[in-house]
Ligand binder design. Structure first.
Ligand code: HEM
Length: 456
């Protein structure tokens, strides 16, 4: 243990009574986070009534990510997350995580990716054909529709159970928005019968009921239809049961499906929306992207087989994830007294780590605010520190859908870029909107059909 004279970490300025730093974190989260590292490797903030330590140093962030026994899932965001989503793999504590990961990981086995990609390409192609030339579109909403459709199809296959296609997406969207706000604001506000609280409760109840119906249907039939749900319930579950008696119960599968949805829909949608925004402001990069997709794709949609030749498209996605990591702020709870960066952290301390903060650190990136996909050329990327790019987190709790999400993003970006340009609409102002996910607020762009493809 260090001596007791070690000074406490400095506090971020500007906390308000009751709200703490909720106001800058809601209004200008990027500016607020970027201002913290100059104060020290650990900085105290207040999230509503909670105190938390923001980790502003790459080495310390790694320790937090790797040592998930001491820095367990918890803290305001995940405590609230469990209320909304149950205790699936995304939110569960260390004590149940290894078992959950072992039972869910097979759903993301690389061998299943070609089949998921066929479903992805089909859905992406449908949307790319539906757009009309010269329209102004709400890019984020379009991408959310797309990724909700992809996730529903890869998750449930052709089971429909008469659930309106937009219902699930709407409910997940409501939960995800409410989650961040509820994390930052005092708990007594939950009990007020405000329209927001009512919407949240309705979405939570309806979602659990709907997902539960899909799970029950799948458990009844127990056949591998190539979708994610079959993998969670069917042959995987029965094989495990047969050998070890270990399987996911109905409620656990419902929690996992909910976790996959919340983790998969908005993250990929935000990535794609930010990519279009960045390309709209960087015509030189856009031209190079067009050159690549025109030479690789004879027609749309892009397919799994095209991926190895879409290297520049992948670099555009990676650079977008660096500048606008959708999962930009996460919390952990210290489970036993420990020392981090020379500071004593008592049990119960809430810790925040932020991909956004590290991705914009001048010490980790040259010109960190500049959109430069070439920084991910293999030769240049080799010299980067591992913590310089953590859009999918790291350590044992690293994103399980990272390859799935990258595949979906590259297939979608290549397909749209082959067929469409999205032009900025003069006079619109796009800003990062803080929420559970870092979304581009106000992103409206005009569609412009490029040379028609072989398929018309
Ligand atoms: C661009 C897309 C995505 C991004 C940026 C992203 C980001 C992340 C991050 C940062 C974490 C770690 C959270 C933490 O440290 O507390 C995470 C965890 C997770 N993600 Fe993703 N994700 C993406 C796509 C997906 C998709 C498509 C799925 C599934 C369909 C998915 C499923 C998961 C799961 C299950 C976990 C929990 C893993 C565990 O705790 O063992 N993600 N994701």
């Amino acid at each position: 243990m260090p001596d007791t004279h070690v000074p406490a970490p400095p506090s971020a300025p500007g906390a308000l009574p009751l709200l703490g730093h909720a106001v800058p974190l809601l209004r200008a989260p990027g500016r607020f986070l970027e201002s913290l590292p100059s104060r020290g490797p650990l900085v105290q903030v207040r999230l509503g009534p909670f105190r938390a330590l923001v980790v502003c140093d790459p080495e310390l962030t790694r320790r937090v990510l790797v040592d998930d026994r001491v820095f367990d899932k918890g803290g305001p965001l995940f405590d609230r997350g469990r209320e909304a989503l149950g205790s699936g793999i995304l939110t569960c504590p260390h004590s149940t995580h290894r078992r959950q990961r072992r039972l869910t990981q097979p759903a993301f086995h690389p061998g299943r990716l070609p089949a998921y990609s066929v479903t992805m390409a089909h859905r992406i192609g449908r949307v790319a054909h539906r757009w009309q030339d010269g329209r102004v579109v709400d890019v984020l909403a379009e991408m959310q529709d797309l990724t909700a459709s992809v996730t529903t199809a890869t998750m449930f296959g052709d089971r429909s159970l008469d659930v309106p296609p937009t219902e699930l997406a709407e409910d997940f969207d409501t939960l995800s928005r409410s989650l961040y706000r509820r994390t930052l604001l005092p708990r007594f506000l939950d009990r007020l019968p405000t329209p927001g609280n009512r919407r949240y409760l309705r979405a939570r109840g309806r979602l659990r009921h709907t997902v539960g119906r899909f799970v029950a249907d799948c458990r009844r039939h127990r056949e591998d239809r190539g979708d994610l749900l079959s993998m969670l319930v069917g042959p995987h579950g029965s094989a495990e049961e047969a050998t070890s008696g270990d399987h996911l119960s109905h409620d656990e599968v419902t929690d996992q499906v909910t976790a996959f949805f919340i983790a998969g829909i908005e993250t990929v949608a935000a990535t794609l929306a930010w990519s279009f925004h960045l390309l709209g402001g960087h015509p030189g990069v856009e031209e190079r992207l067009h050159a690549e997709v025109d030479s690789v794709l004879r027609d749309v949609p892009a397919t799994y087989e095209d991926l190895p030749r879409l290297a520049f498209t992948k670099r555009v996605v990676t650079e977008t994830l660096r500048l606008y990591p959708p999962v930009w702020l996460l919390t952990r709870r210290v489970t036993t007294d420990t020392v981090l960066g020379g500071c004593r952290l008592p049990t119960g301390t809430a810790v925040v780590y932020s991909p956004f903060l590290l991705h914009r650190m001048p010490g980790l990136h040259q010109d960190p605010d500049c959109f430069d996909p070439d920084r991910w050329e293999p030769e240049r990327a080799r010299s980067m520190r591992r913590e310089a790019l953590i859009p999918f987190g790291g350590g044992p709790r690293k994103c399980m859908g990272d390859t799935f999400g990258m595949t979906e993003s590259v297939l979608a970006l290549a397909t749209f870029a082959r067929r469409w340009r999205l032009l900025p609409v003069p006079g619109t102002r796009v800003r990062p909107a803080p929420g559970g996910i870092l979304n581009p607020r106000g992103l409206r762009m005009r569609t412009r059909l490029r040379t028609p493809c072989a398929d018309g």
